[in-house]
Design a protein around this ligand. Sequence first.
Ligand code: G6Q
Length: 535
Amino acid sequence: MQFRDFSDLPACGRLRELAADPPDLTRPGFLSPERIRSCCISSCGFDLLYATQRVDERVLDGLQELADQAGIIDAFLAMKAGAVLNRIEGCESENRQVLHTASRDVFSDPPLAEEASARAREQLERLRTFLDDLDQGRITNHRGESFHTMIQVGIGGSDLGPRALYLALASLRRSGRRACFIANVDPDDAASVLDGLDLSRTLVNVVSKSGTTLETRTNEQLVREALVRSGLEPSRHLLAVTGKGSPMDDPSRYRATFHMFDYIGGRYSATSMVGGVTLGFALGYETFVELLRGAHAMDVAAEERDIRRNIPLMMAMLGIWNHNFLGMPTVAVLPYSQALARFPAHLQQCDMESNGKSITRQGAPVRWQTGPVVWGEPGTNGQHAFYQLLHQGTEIVPAEFIGLRNSQYGVDQLVAGTTSQQKLVANMLAQSLALAMGRPDDNPARRFAGNRPSLLLLADRLTARTMGTLLALYEHKIVFQGFCWNINSFDQEGVQLGKVLAGRLLETMAAAEAGDGGAEDDSPESAMLVAAGML
Ligand code: G6Q
C-alpha cells in the first residue's frame, strides 16, 4: 500500500480555498426541502441526513477527490484481505494484520481472509456448543444448578465495546440471564458488582487479549478469592477469553477458554469472542450472530467508493472537513436512545486511541491535525446540561446525532398528543435545525449564531442487527480517517509510558509495605508518592 501525506494530497489545496467561505446554513432558504431530501444516504437500514453540514456540491466533490487521492477504499479492501497495516515503516512496531472484519465474515463463501474467518467460525462453534451445554444442564454449578449471571472482567477494549453492546441490547436479554462488568482496578468497582450477588450461580468471564493487564489480573484474583470465601471452586466458575499462547491461556485454571488473535485490536474486538461470550450468554447465541450479520452488512457496504453512497466514508470526510478545514477540535456523539448510553464511551476509545497520533505511517511528525476529541452523552438529558455550550459557546462542536424511529420495548404513552418516542425524535431533529439555522435577536444573550454543523443517523429500531451495523459503521469511519491522515490507527503506544511509571510507583509502595528502608529515594516517583500522602 502506498500512503501519501495528507497535506500533499492535491485536493487539500482546493478544500482550503473552499473553507475560506463555507456554505452559510443561516442563509434564508438554504435548508430547503430539496436540500434536506437530497442530502441523505440510505444503507443497511440507516439513513444519514447531512443537510445541516456546511457543505455544498463543490465541497463534496473536493472531499470525494481527497478520499480517492488518499486511497481510502483501496486501503480498506487491503485491510480486509489481510494486509499488514498495523505498522510504522522503518520502526519497531506491532507489525500485524488488521482483521476485525474477519470475525464477522463468517457468512460469505469464500471469505476475504480465509484463515482468519475459519478461526472465527471455529470460535463461534465452540461458543455455540458451550451455550448449548449450559442450556442442556451439562454445565452447572456444584449443586447441579444453572448459572444466571456472567461477570465480564476486562478493561479498555476488553470492556467498553462489549459493555456498550450489552446495554444497547439489554431489552433482548434471555429470561433469567444477565451480565455485569468489572473493569476498574478501583476496588469499589468490584465490590459494588459483587455486593449481593449469588456467586454460586455466577460465571466469571475474564477477558484479556494479552493476559497480562494489571487491572484485569488484579480483579481476577479478587474475584477468585471471593469465590473461595463463598466455598466455591474457582475453576468451575471462571472462563477466559485471551490471545492464543498468552499467560492466561491455561485450561487448568478455567472452565472454558476462548481465543482471540493478534490481528484483532482490543478496541475493534467486540465482535470477536471478547464480546461474544458474555453477549451470547446474556442475549443468546442467535442474537450475537444477528449482531455479526449487521456488522458484516456494513463491512460490505463500506467498500463503495462514492462518498454520496457510503455512510461511513461520508461521515469520515465530513469529519475531516470540520476538523482539518473548518478548525473544529472536538466531535460530540449524541445518541437519542437510552440504550446507547455507553456507546459514546466506546467510540471515545475507538476513535481517540486509533487516531490520537502525531507521526505518520513512515514515522515522521505529522504536519496536520489528526483525531479530534470525541465525547458525548445521550439526549435529551444532554439538552439540560451541556447544550448551552453547543448553541452559544465560543467552541464550535460538530454533533453526530443517532436516533431510532421506534422504541425498543414498545411501552409508550400518549401525552399532549404525542408519544415519548415522538418527543425524543422531535427534540433531536429540532437540535440539529437550531444548531444550523440559529436565530437572530436584538438581545445578544438570546441570539443564536447558527452555522454549527451536525448530522443525523437514523434507523427504525435498535435491534441486534442494527447495533452490529452501527458498530461497524463507526469502526470504518475511524479507520477511513486514519487512512486519510496517513497514520497507524491500529497501535496504541501512547498508553505505555503511564503504565511503566505506575509499575515503578507500585514497586516503591510494595517495598515500603515490606519495610524496606530503601523504598523512598530522590526520584520524582517517590516525591509524588510522598506529596500525595501515599508513602
Ligand atoms: C485497545 C487497547 C486497550 C486494551 C486494554 C486491555 O485497543 O489495546 O484498550 O484493550 O488495555 O488489554 P487486554 O485485553 O490485553 O487486557
